[in-house]
Design a protein around this ligand. Structure first.
Ligand code: NAD
Length: 380
């Protein structure tokens, strides 16, 4: 019996019938008594959140309320006060709060099935490997790590421990992106010819604590390309469904701007795919927010703007007869991503975005940096 079936059976046995079995998320929670809620929670996998920064606290932790298979059971933080406060807010037992120093003792905690790493990228390899050695499955934020070698070590550590490794590419669980992929695969645009993808924002280390590591090479691995250009790169790959064979790139960073002493600002790169599709992608840390892409076929084009935001995506499709805006229902991409991780563990499936997917992007990012440095195309 899979997890969904077992949950349905559990609800039936609890006398809640078909109507309750059809409910999910907060609606379901609101309709269940505390004892049923407790049993229901026991059917969910326990996640330990490592790093209680901006993304973890503002986006991911609130999304657990919409999860069918995942719940927060432990917190790992360097700030005990913050951890205690969040533990109380999310109903996490105070004995399940860990520091970075005693993190390895999480191996003795059966309440934790999955460790979710939301630290700066320079720390992803260390914590993934420690989590795997503690016998836990790992969900790790993007970019996977600073180098392909680190990615490889993460994959090997999880394989050796017999644990799942998934990279948190939320856009691959987001309904507008999934709809775009489906339309392209079905041939709605005709034969795909080009993709353009742009990601940019103002990085503000003096105003936003979460941006301080983003301008430090050791913690961030690189600049805009590693952090947000990766969305352009990953989108070009999932929209085409192909792997690039050649990259070219140009970079520009104003070295008198203190933000760009260690990491790059603007990068423009092209990807050549085996079918002949060309992708032209950008990322920048010195412009106002952009998170969009457009796929061009020989019959029509499809535009998502924003494409990779948290909410409020918009799709447009255009052809010789004009433009239209398909109506697509927004969904909680964060909860879908967390539930996918839990389902892969419960059903022993390979995640849709495994460590190998993260490694592919990091290898391509290295090739893009090399092409920019050499001013020549790089074969991959
Ligand atoms: P953040 O700075 O707000 O959070 C990082 C956390 O790591 C903080 O709690 C910080 O205290 C902790 N930390 C532990 N050791 C540290 C050290 N040595 N140096 C710096 N911080 C340390 O950053 P964030 O924006 O929340 O990003 C965290 C991760 O999430 C990154 O991998 C980032 O790429 C990813 N992220 C993903 C998305 C997405 O949409 N998928 C969005 C934002 C961030």
């Amino acid at each position: 019996m899979n997890a969904t079936e077992s949950r349905r059976q559990f609800l039936r046995q609890a006398g809640l019938g078909v109507a309750a079995a059809a409910l999910t998320g907060p609606a379901a929670a609101a309709s269940l008594s505390p004892s049923v809620m407790q049993d229901e929670n026991q059917k969910k996998l326990g996640f330990a959140i490592v790093g209680l920064g901006k993304y973890a606290t503002e986006q991911m932790m609130p999304a657990f309320k919409d999860c069918k298979h995942a719940r927060i059971t432990a917190l790992v933080s360097g700030s005990p006060d913050k951890a205690r406060k969040l533990a109380a807010e999310y109903g996490v037992d105070a004995k399940n709060i860990y520091s970075y120093q005693n993190f390895d003792s999480i191996k003795d905690n059966p309440a934790v099935d999955v460790v979710y790493i939301v630290l700066p990228p320079g720390l992803h390899a260390e914590y993934t490997i420690r989590a795997a050695q503690a016998g836990k499955h790992v969900l790790c934020e993007k970019p996977m790590a600073n180098t392909p070698e680190e990615c490889q070590r993460m994959i090997e550590a999880c394989k050796k421990a017999g644990k799942k490794l998934m990279i948190a590419y939320r856009a691959q669980f987001e309904p507008f992106n999934l709809d775009a992929i489906e339309r392209i695969r079905k041939g709605e645009l005709g034969k795909l010819r080009m993709v353009t993808a742009d990601h940019g924002r103002q990085v503000q280390p003096d105003k936003d604590q979460a941006d301080t590591w983003r301008v430090q090479k050791k913690l961030a691995g690189g600049g805009s390309l590693m952090d947000i250009g990766i969305y352009s790169l990953n989108a070009a790959r999932y929209l085409t469904g192909e792997e690039p064979v050649e990259v070219t790139a140009q970079e520009y960073s104003d070295k008198s701007d203190p933000r760009f002493k260690e990491v790059e600002d603007v990068i423009h790169f092209t990807l050549r795919f085996p079918s002949g599709v060309l992708a032209s992608c950008t990322s920048a840390y010195s412009i106002e927010g952009v998170k969009r892409y457009r796929a061009y076929g020989d019959k029509a084009w499809l535009d998502l703007d924003p494409a990779t935001d948290y909410y409020k995506h918009q799709m447009k499709i255009g052809d010789k007869d004009g433009e239209r805006q398909p109506q697509i229902k927004e969904g909680n991409q964060f909860a879908a991503e967390l539930d996918h991780m839990a389902e892969c563990v419960m059903q022993n499936k390979t995640p849709k975005t495994p460590g190998e997917e993260g490694l592919r992007d990091i290898k391509l990012i290295m090739a893009i940096y090399e092409a920019a440095r050499k001013g020549k195309p790089v074969r991959v």
